[in-house]
Design a protein around this ligand. Structure first.
Ligand SMILES: Nc1ncnc2c1ncn2[C@@H]1O[C@H](COP(=O)(O)OP(=O)(O)O)[C@@H](O)[C@H]1O
Ligand SMILES: [Mg+2]
Length: 287
């Protein structure tokens, strides 16, 4: 059956169910959503409520689609990365040996080769995080400690970039069932992006809150002076494979981050304001 026919079918069924004239209901299908326009027979408030429900439904569907996409791409990427790592190790070893053995070849050639290999290695390690952490052990870990460890790790890089890492309410945070190394990677990715958004320096705030007993929310906020926040229409693109606005970006960090949060049954949201900066909100189930 054609999409148009399905739409008109649904429209007819609804009109029958509501018992209203044919002018009042329009159905439009543009995959993956079905949008139903209801005209002139609901009170304004009812109309709004219904539209909200439909919006919520659309959001759920698009989240599900995104999750499926992430799983498929993630598995593929991780298996490719895995395959690349072994030959990479032998290449590194042999380049090291040749460097010792030959003369008359400019040292800078070796430096370039080693730098490029390092870059491949970095990309593969980022891709490996896209795999389902089934092989890795989930443990009960203190989320506060995980964040403190990351701040310690990123401290010198932040200092060099004139960025202040500030935390608040990190004491007495709950335990989270997680793969600690992966959650660390999430915060490393977010802090790196926040730093890169502030080339002239600034402050990054990492703020925790507990909206309910079984949930912990961590926000990573930057002042994004450098790029004045993210334009609204671009926010939805963030996290798509290879989406980057940076000259030397790889566009994998946010995808890996979303993937990890997804496997931890959490959610990730991005909010950004022109001239003010960006906040990444992460919610995780707490124990
Ligand atoms: N804190 C942030 N402020 C501004 N833009 C951001 C921020 N975090 C992510 N982005 C945008 O999302 C894109 C994708 O990020 P990411 O997946 O980490 O890849 P990369 O950092 O390699 O570009 C970035 O290129 C940038 O445009
Ligand atoms: Mg990044």
């Amino acid at each position: 059956m054609k999409v148009k026919e399905i739409a008109s079918h649904i429209g007819r069924l609804l009109r029958e169910a509501f018992g209203k004239g044919p002018q009042s209901i329009f159905v439009n299908i543009s995959r993956p959503f079905i949008v139903i326009y209801l005209r002139n027979f609901l009170s304004p408030t009812e109309k709004i409520l219904l539209q909200q429900n439909i919006t919520q439904e659309n959001q759920n569907k698009s989240k599900l689609l995104q999750a499926e996409k992430l799983t498929a791409v993630g598995q593929l990427a991780a298996s490719i990365a895995h395959e690349i790592r072994n030959p990479l190790t032998s290449l590194k070893g042999f380049i090291h040996l040749i460097e010792q053995a030959v003369s008359g070849v400019s040292k800078s050639y070796f430096e370039i080769m080693k730098d490029e290999l390092k870059r491949i290695e970095l990309i593969t390690s980022e891709l490996l995080y896209l795999a389902k952490p089934q092989a890795q052990e989930f443990k009960d870990e203190h989320i506060g400690q995980i964040i403190q460890d990351v701040i310690l790790l990123m401290g010198s890089q932040a200092l060099m970039n004139n960025v202040e890492l500030r935390t608040s309410r990190l004491e007495n945070l709950p335990v989270v069932h997680c793969v600690g190394a992966q959650l660390k990677q999430v915060f490393i990715n977010l802090i790196k992006n926040a730093m890169e958004a502030m080339p002239d320096g600034g402050a990054i705030d990492i703020v925790a809150s507990r909206p309910s007993a079984d949930m912990i929310v961590i926000q990573v906020r930057d002042e994004g002076k450098g790029i004045s926040g993210i334009p609204q229409e671009l926010i939805s693109k963030i996290g798509s494979p290879f989406y980057t606005t940076k000259e030397n970006g790889k566009g994998l960090g946010m995808m890996a981050t979303q993937q990890i949060i997804f496997y931890h049954k959490g959610t990730l949201e991005i909010s950004s304001r022109e001239g003010e900066g960006t906040t990444i909100h992460i919610a995780l189930p707490a124990l």
